[in-house]
Design a binder for this molecule. Structure first.
Ligand code: F6P
Length: 551
């Protein structure tokens, strides 16, 4: 604390300064040297969390680095903030809200209070209601307006009301009911809804309208068009809406206003942030796809990592470690981005999901007390499934000028009903997985290149500097539980970073300005009205748009 009672700025704390000094001492130390000095590093620098084996040996750290990083976490009160979060305290100070996604997967007998009320019974009541509904849709008992069974589920939502269930639906395809068609519409571009419904029979289609606030313009616009599409296809009878629309929301009034019976609403609460919401009612489309039992396995996976994060000692605490490593590279290696590279086709949307989780949470530049930060906060998160990335951007990771810490996520066994021939691809996939982290860490020296007889002028081009840090996360198989474990691992990693950086990871004021301006500009596009105070560039662009649009 300073004399004025405010927290000492992070970069003035002795722990931060000690890390800076240690970084200077580490200099250009190469992973080749760190491994040569410690033969036990490959097994010693690993953690086990639930079903996840986490190897952090290929990081530019020593025992001393890790000790100093943990001291930073202790000095910045990470454990205290974590405990306050689990207790239901209002740690989202700019919105005056509790942050309780962990209560969404708490066991039925847990007690978590917000404003003196235990929220866990409500969580389980909604889960049971979801399970009952999902079972009725899956069994064909829930019929559409004309008496046909539901064969298509279209989730309409955006951001946290889309990315989680959409990602998990892809991740758990092998566990889905293949007789159901499940699609996700998020973009207000009419093409999204058009492509999602163009080959569907309205009589067999259920729309799941997912919106925490039920005021998000993209979602309400798409939901309104979906309702018109349905009514056009079913002869215009308003009564059809009740059999073909359900809502996932915190806002009953708006749901009713839209015309959805609150009986067909699955509620959640303002203490669930949008990007932390997919294990709430927001998971309904996913639950219909994979069934309530698999959904509960997913929740159990989350719970495993929640418990680990809450109770494991700092030396063994995986989210703490992963968070601190990111802070290390951002602050002392000037790393601007973080790659997440899953070696599983089923995780094709995983990084997109993490982009919102991480970048909406930690893309902040003032601290909790409103003072400008003087250190790097959240990185740009990016990546696509291996091996595709290897034939696109890995060149830059290997030989470019940037420091890009990366997480490699892989599995020992393929999932699903692959033929023997296709299942045999798995070893080749994973050979690439292991080869890449090896190449990134150890590279190829000029001497090694020369020893291959390479012409001298090509030696610099064929040399790999190495020393690129990676984490390897390995599990036996991508199951619902393992997916839950992975997501909770990243949720808590993001939490740790926000706590150390002293930022509010749970608000998202940065998305507001664009929304307000879009509302102001729209009449200029459609009606040509003057927008007072419009800048010269945007004014000229709007005029060009109208001309090209033929207005
Ligand atoms: O983009 C801002 C945001 O508020 C996200 O945090 C949220 O996930 C998304 O919009 C969707 O909001 P809603 O669920 O209220 O429609």
């Amino acid at each position: 604390m300073n004399a004025d009672g405010r927290r000492t700025k992070l970069n003035r704390t002795p722990e931060w300064l000690a890390l800076g000094k240690h970084r200077e001492e580490l200099g250009q130390t190469h992973l080749r040297e760190l491994f040569a000095a410690d033969p036990g590093r490959g097994t010693g620098y690993t953690l086990r969390v639930g079903d996840l084996h986490i190897d952090y040996s290929k990081h530019l750290v020593t025992d001393e680095t890790l000790t100093l990083l943990r001291e930073l976490a202790a000095a910045t009160g990470v454990a205290e903030l974590r405990d306050a979060m689990f207790r239901g305290e209002k740690i989202n100070t700019t919105e005056d809200r509790a942050v309780l996604h962990t209560a969404l997967r708490a066991p039925a007998d847990a007690v978590v209070e917000v404003d003196g009320e235990n929220v866990v019974p409500g969580v389980h009541a909604v889960l049971d209601k979801m399970a009952g509904f999902a079972d009725r849709v899956r069994s064909g008992e829930w019929k559409g307006h004309t008496g046909k069974r539901i064969r298509n589920v279209v989730n309409v939502g955006i951001g946290g009301s889309d990315l989680g269930p959409a990602m998990a639906y892809e991740a758990l395809r092998a566990f889905t009911d293949r007789d159901l068609t499940v699609r996700f519409v998020s973009n207000v571009d009419g093409a999204d809804l058009h492509e999602a419904v163009r080959d569907l029979d309205p009589a067999e289609t259920l729309f799941v309208i997912a919106s925490k606030t039920f005021t998000t313009i993209e979602t309400i616009t798409n939901a309104t068009s979906a309702r018109s599409w349905l009514l056009d296809g079913l002869g215009g009878e308003q009564a059809a809406v009740a059999r073909h629309f359900v809502a996932l929301s915190t806002n009953e009034e708006k749901v009713r206003e839209f015309g959805i019976d609150p009986q067909n609403m699955f509620e959640f609460w303002d203490w669930v942030g949008g990007r932390y919401s997919f294990d709430s009612a927001i998971g309904l489309s996913l639950m219909i796809a994979i069934g309530p039992d698999a959904f509960r396995e997913l929740l159990a996976g989350f719970r495993t990592v929640d418990e680990h994060f809450r109770t494991a000692a700092p030396e063994q605490n995986a989210p703490l470690l992963m968070g601190l490593l990111g802070i290390w590279y951002g602050a002392f290696f000037d790393a601007q981005s973080h790659a997440v590279l899953p070696y599983s086709h089923y995780l094709s949307r995983f990084t997109a999901y993490l982009q919102q989780l991480d970048m909406e949470s930690n893309g902040k530049s003032v601290d909790r007390e409103g003072r400008p930060v003087e250190w790097q906060t959240g990185p740009v998160v990016w990546g696509t499934p291996g091996t595709n990335g290897q034939h696109a951007y890995y060149q830059l990771i290997h030989q470019g000028t940037k420091v890009i810490p990366a997480d490699f996520i892989g599995f020992a066994r393929p999932v699903g009903e692959l033929s023997d021939d296709l299942a045999a691809h798995h070893d080749l996939l994973m050979a690439n997985f292991f080869a890449q982290t090896q190449a990134l860490a150890f590279g190829k020296t000029p001497e090694e290149v020369r020893a291959e007889g390479v012409a001298e002028e090509l030696v610099p081009h064929k040399t790999f500097r190495g020393n690129h840090p990676t984490t390897t996360i390995l599990a036996a198989e991508l199951t619902p539980s393992v997916l839950g474990q992975l997501i909770a691992l990243y949720e808590h990693k993001v939490f740790v970073q926000g706590a150390v950086w002293n930022i509010d990871s749970f608000d998202q004021w940065g998305v507001e300005l664009g929304k307000v301006l879009a509302k102001r500009v729209e009449p200029a596009l459609t009606e040509g009205t003057e927008v007072p105070g419009l800048d010269a560039s945007t004014k000229a662009l709007v005029a060009t748009y109208r001309e090209l649009r033929g207005r």
